[in-house]
Design a protein around this ligand. Structure first.
Ligand SMILES: NC(=O)c1ccc[n+]([C@@H]2O[C@H](COP(=O)([O-])OP(=O)(O)OC[C@H]3O[C@@H](n4cnc5c(N)ncnc54)[C@H](OP(=O)(O)O)[C@@H]3O)[C@@H](O)[C@H]2O)c1
Length: 279
């Protein structure tokens, strides 16, 4: 397949290009040469005759989106509108990467693919608007919702926990925000399997199992050899943030697991590998 990855130099895009590059003809596009908010730039995508667009480009700074919702909607909603039109013109399929933040977090169990989204912050609302454009404009699409991504060589929750532990002997993380830590190489492999199926639809691809920020930080400190750091439990209400995260941001991978046998491994196992790969 000829595949174009939009946002292809970001955390996920880079890994997708590596994983898919062996079997497919992959073209990476990103800022500055292809800004998805600029019609003239994204329209040129069709001239490469892609079979599939993988759309990872997004404004991902969740607090930044809350401070500037118009910028969030321009990139995540209108940019996705442009990407869907480009796929339509090229007669290509589209795989749109979406987020657990399309849900409001009030459910007391992980969200299934058919649960009704209701975003509670501008990042989630702008990504959800993107999902609607994809569904309105295209027949051949995958929407892949994922959560709490991390990869080696990037700033992420893990690098921030370790940096804080080197400056302070006592840390606190919230135990009332839960999600699925998801290792980017595992997600990229799962997406590689999904695009071979032509089984279009909405998928939740996340590391198996759920964790709170506190659980995740505790495991990170253990694996980083920082067990001596004291870790306390905190609550979301104690922190003032521009954006309100869903308390329960956990997703259940039901559809890919049960119809296609596509699953990511348990988040703790994947975290072990992340640390092993660093040494
Ligand atoms: N990170 C997570 O925990 C997480 C969780 C759930 C879902 N997701 C979704 O997963 C996807 C990939 O996330 P990621 O972690 O790989 O994010 P990332 O590292 O921030 O990558 C996004 C890429 O898109 C580019 N971009 C931003 N605005 C653009 C525009 N207007 N036109 C073209 N490219 C643009 C960024 O360029 P610059 O770096 O130059 O801005 C960056 O290279 C996103 O759709 C995100 O919403 C992420």
């Amino acid at each position: 397949m000829r595949i174009i990855i939009l946002g292809g130099r970001g955390q996920l895009g880079r890994e997708l290009a590596r994983v898919l590059g062996d079997q497919h003809d992959v073209l990476v596009l990103d800022l500055p040469e292809c800004d998805i908010t600029r019609r003239a730039e994204i329209d040129r995508v069709a001239s490469h005759s892609p079979d599939l667009l993988i759309h990872c480009a997004a404004m991902t700074d969740v607090d930044g989106c809350a401070r500037d919702p118009q910028a969030a909607f321009r990139a995540n909603a209108l940019g996705t509108h442009n990407a869907a039109l480009a796929a339509q013109r090229a007669n290509a399929g589209l795989l749109y990467i979406s987020t657990n933040e399309v849900f409001d977090g009030t459910k007391d169990a992980p969200y299934f693919e058919w649960d009704t989204p209701h975003a509670i912050n501008p990042y989630g609302a702008s990504k959800l608007a993107g999902e609607k454009y994809v569904q309105m404009l295209l027949k051949r699409f995958y929407i892949v919702r994922t959560a709490w991504l991390y990869a080696a060589g990037r700033q992420n929750f893990i690098t921030r926990v370790i940096a804080r532990a080197k400056e302070q002997s006592a840390l606190a993380y919230v135990d009332d925000e839960i999600g699925n830590p998801t290792y980017v190489p595992d997600l990229a492999r799962a997406i590689g399997e999904l695009i071979e199926t032509d089984h279009f639809g909405i998928y939740h691809l996340v590391g198996e199992g759920v964790a709170s920020r506190y659980d995740w930080a505790a495991r990170i400190l253990q694996l980083a050899g920082l067990r001596h750091i004291s870790l306390a439990r905190a609550k979301l209400a104690e922190f003032k943030r521009a954006s309100t995260p869903p308390r329960n941001g956990a997703l259940a991978n039901f559809v890919a697991a049960h119809t296609l046998g596509i699953k990511l491994r348990n988040w703790e196992e994947a975290l072990d590998e992340y640390f092993t790969a660093l040494t």
